[in-house]
Design a protein around this ligand. Structure first.
Ligand code: C2O
Ligand code: CU
Ligand code: CU
Length: 517
């Protein structure tokens, strides 16, 4: 069935409106249909066009200036084939510099779109690469140093889907926008006039920028009318800083079939799926009983993220099954995920993440002043409780002079320096990286360019089953995590790869290091 016919059919059944709202929520009884980004494939010359542009979007009856790729907000989903080259022609129509980074793609540093891949306002850049990696759901977003948080908050993000023979052989739900749906979840904050209210300041440099409005593909608590059977959700946590914890309103299980870099060996059944900023998981959920339910995000333990309305389960997406039968299935086994190679004798590197203690303290102080003790719920800083800390004789003015938050976050003692790569990794060699974030109580979703890695340990524990496959982001939360990386492409000094915290305000204020291959 074509998507258009399907939508007509859903409208005829009356499921697009008049479904009662989430009990106890402030949302009205009418739902917006889940916006589905266009699925775009390259033309006969293997080319794709991305125009980065400003536009307008409405949220809750107010209009905001937003940025998008080929549109007003977010971007298309680009479908690439393993082994087929693609050229992306990029035109920056924004009034400022930006880059397009291919998050999760194993492509050479030259075309990776990190902070050195700057496209000036009005300028064009074409990048050509051939995806050689496994089928996966990846994404693209800006990586302009010091501005990434702002540019993503303005709306710049899109998906990249890679197909391969394995993914085509499996009978997973694959009808785009019908039973194979993208779910890009982002929180935002708006000014009283309705504009995106972004600040990079002491508070956001410490805990990240977060908001009180949750958007799913750019819409507030939308609804998707799904066929009856198996529904595939391609989840992206596209938030600047907020970790999410997905569950269903009626406790029906989530079957995880893929992580950041590809399919798992077999589905993993979960009742809750925590997701860090930058992460993707593909999940199957059964809709055969025909009952409507919600995809929710449950409260998380992260500094600042328990502020209302996220102190309670929050709806993300209403799913309304129809009587149309879906064709996909949940296989018992998926793909071969290779065993880990022997770890003896590998090069080991340690990346020590740290926050200037003054920034940490001032950030906590600002958070407590703005949101009260609630913001610190469940969070304690060793024996100190920042919420109760007084100024200790210093006023804000003094503290502001003593610390520049723009370089308040560091890796191995240094804030990001575009001109000085931190180290050189050897091409084609496994390396064991230890990422340590001991001592600050901050969440660091740590991401590495140019590779899909394997998690050896995550905060001192073996990875959960659904996090043991291909990943590009690992959780570092007041502990150390170890990953096994390998880089198969070059990254010269002028186009170094990046390793950084994907809490975008940590990244923008220095928690990033460049490296060459
Ligand atoms: Cu998603 Cu270096 O970023
Ligand atoms: Cu990346
Ligand atoms: Cu961080």
């Amino acid at each position: 069935m074509q998507r258009r016919d399907f939508l007509k059919y859903s409208a005829a059944l009356g499921v697009i409106s008049a479904i009662p709202g989430w009990p106890g929520s402030a949302f009205a009884a009418s739902f917006q249909a889940l916006p589905i980004p266009n699925l775009v494939t390259a033309d006969a010359q293997n080319r794709l066009l991305l125009t980065i542009q400003a536009g307008k979007s409405s949220f809750a009856n107010k209009t905001a200036t937003t940025w998008g790729y080929n549109g007003n907000l977010l971007g298309p989903a680009l479908r690439l084939r393993q082994g087929t080259p693609v050229t992306v022609d990029i035109h920056n129509q924004l009034p400022e510099e930006t880059t397009i980074h291919w998050h999760g793609l194993e492509v050479p540093g030259e075309v990776d779109g990190g902070p050195q891949g700057i496209i000036k306002p009005g300028a064009r850049r074409s990048v050509t690469f051939t995806p050689t990696q496994r089928a996966a759901t990846c994404w693209f977003h800006p990586h302009q140093h010091g501005k990434t948080g702002h540019q993503v908050a303005m709306g710049l993000a899109g998906l990249v889907l890679i197909d391969d023979n394995d993914s085509r052989m499996l009978r997973l739900p694959a009808q785009w926008g019908i039973d194979d749906i993208p779910v890009i979840v982002q929180d935002k904050k708006f000014t009283p006039a309705g504009e995106v209210d972004y600040q990079l300041d002491v508070m956001s440099a410490a805990v990240g920028w977060f908001g009180d409005t949750l958007l799913t593909n750019g819409a507030i608590y939308p609804q998707h009318a799904a066929p009856n059977g198996w529904l595939r959700l391609r989840l992206l946590n596209g938030c600047n800083a907020r970790s999410l914890n997905f569950a269903t309103s009626d406790k029906r299980p989530l079957y995880v079939v893929a992580s950041d870099g590809g399919l798992l060996a077999e589905p993993v059944k979960l009742s809750e799926l925590p997701m860090l900023p930058g992460e993707r998981f593909e999940v199957l959920v059964e809709t055969r009983d025909g009952k409507p339910f919600d995809l929710l995000t449950l409260p998380v333990t992260q500094m600042g993220m328990a502020v209302a309305p996220f102190d309670k389960p929050h709806p993300v997406l209403r799913i309304q099954p129809l009587r149309v039968v879906a064709s996909g299935e949940l296989p018992d086994t998926l793909v071969n995920v290779p065993r880990l190679p022997a770890l003896e004798g590998l090069t080991q590197r340690t990346l020590q993440l740290s926050m200037d203690p003054m920034l940490d303290m001032m950030g906590m102080q600002a958070l407590a002043e703005k949101y009260g003790e609630q913001a610190m719920a469940g969070m304690h800083h060793g024996s100190m409780n920042h919420g109760g800390m007084n100024h200790g004789g210093m006023n804000h003015g003094d503290m502001n002079h003593s610390m520049d938050f723009h370089s308040g976050n560091r890796i191995n003692g240094k804030a990001f320096d575009m001109n000085t790569p931190g180290f050189a990794a050897a091409k084609g060699q496994y390396e064991r990286w230890v990422i340590s974030g001991e001592g600050d109580m901050m969440l660091h979703p740590f991401h590495i360019h140019g590779t899909q890695f394997r998690i050896l340990s995550e905060n001192g524990k073996p990875p959960a089953a659904h996090r043991a496959g291909w990943k590009d982001t690992v959780n570092v939360f007041n502990a150390r995590s170890e990953v096994l990386v390998k880089f198969d492409h070059d990254a010269p000094k002028e186009h170094a790869y990046m390793a950084h915290c994907h809490l975008l305000e940590h990244e923008d204020t220095g928690m990033m290091v460049g490296f060459t291959v």
